[in-house]
Design a protein around this ligand. Structure first.
Ligand SMILES: Nc1cc(-c2ccc3ccn(Cc4ccc(CN5CCCCC5)cc4)c3c2)n[nH]1
Length: 243
């Protein structure tokens, strides 16, 4: 997978080259290219923003610079790219989104700042039959798109074959079966007077699976009743319902 990121703060994306993601890049599983938006400015001040039409707080990022940057970065590789625009006003980015995008050949992330990017940049891209997804990583407002890109790249790249040492982990992700995962434990058996639940040391794998499922249902009901309500009809078996 090729990943391009356009930003006025390239340094914000440095963490992508650390640890697991860094190893995925070194292993050639991911090609990452970070581009400074100001490369495509033409004025001595390298201006990328201007006052919003219609008034309102803050500044908006100018379309010309973004248009030239997108054209240039898209042209770097002939593979079709999904253009991703982080925004508080976007569709929710979920595990399902990460799963879907993990099958793409190429992702191109545009990091806005100020109050966002002139909407015509998205409109122009869509008019040229490019896939453009405006997405939100949560209902809170960040200062720019870079942190959202770190989140989304991590969620997507960990799903690529060969990236996670233990692929079973991604399969047993929270949300993969629609429920939150339950509590996890490791040695010592007793820590500060707190013991590991006996069932987990019983070696009875059926009982352990049942216990884990019950804890997941309990936690989901407690913390995310919305996920429980969204489960498909056949997702819960009789034993689940009995819980
Ligand atoms: N999930 C999530 C993604 C982001 C995100 C992503 C990308 C950018 C680019 C800039 N910002 C800052 C920003 C954007 C919008 C507003 C709202 N403002 C109200 C008045 C009319 C104009 C718009 C405020 C500040 C961004 C924020 N935050 N949270």
């Amino acid at each position: 997978m090729r990943i391009d990121v356009i930003t006025i703060f390239p340094g914000y994306l440095a963490p992508l080259r650390e640890a697991l993601l860094g190893r995925a890049i070194s292993a050639g599983l991911v090609d990452l290219a970070v581009h400074d938006l100001r490369t495509w400015t033409r004025d001595v001040h390298q201006a990328v923003d201007d006052a919003p039409y219609g008034g309102g707080p803050g500044m908006v990022m100018r379309p010309q610079v973004w248009g030239e940057a997108l054209d240039a970065v898209l042209a770097l590789d002939e593979r079709p790219a999904r253009i991703v625009v982080p925004t508080p006003a976007g569709r929710p980015f979920t595990q399902a989104t990460a799963q879907a995008w993990s099958g793409d050949e190429r992702l191109l992330f545009t990091c806005g700042r100020y109050e966002g990017i002139d909407q015509r940049v998205v409109d122009d891209a869509r008019r040229r039959d490019l896939t453009v997804d405006e997405v939100s990583i949560g209902d809170y407002v960040l200062v720019g798109g870079e942190v959202a890109v770190l989140v989304m790249v991590e969620a997507v790249v960990r799903l690529l074959p060969g990236v996670l040492g233990n692929p079973a982990s991604a399969e047993q992700d929270s949300f993969s079966d629609g429920l939150l995962e339950g509590p996890a434990f490791t040695r010592p058996e007793v820590w500060r007077g707190l013991a590991v639940p006996d069932v987990l040391r019983s070696g009875n794998h059926a009982k352990i699976a049942r216990w884990r499922r019950d804890r997941a249902l309990e936690r989901t009901a407690e913390r995310r009743p919305d996920l429980l309500a969204a489960l498909p009809e056949d997702a819960l078996d009789d034993a689940d319902r009995a819980f």
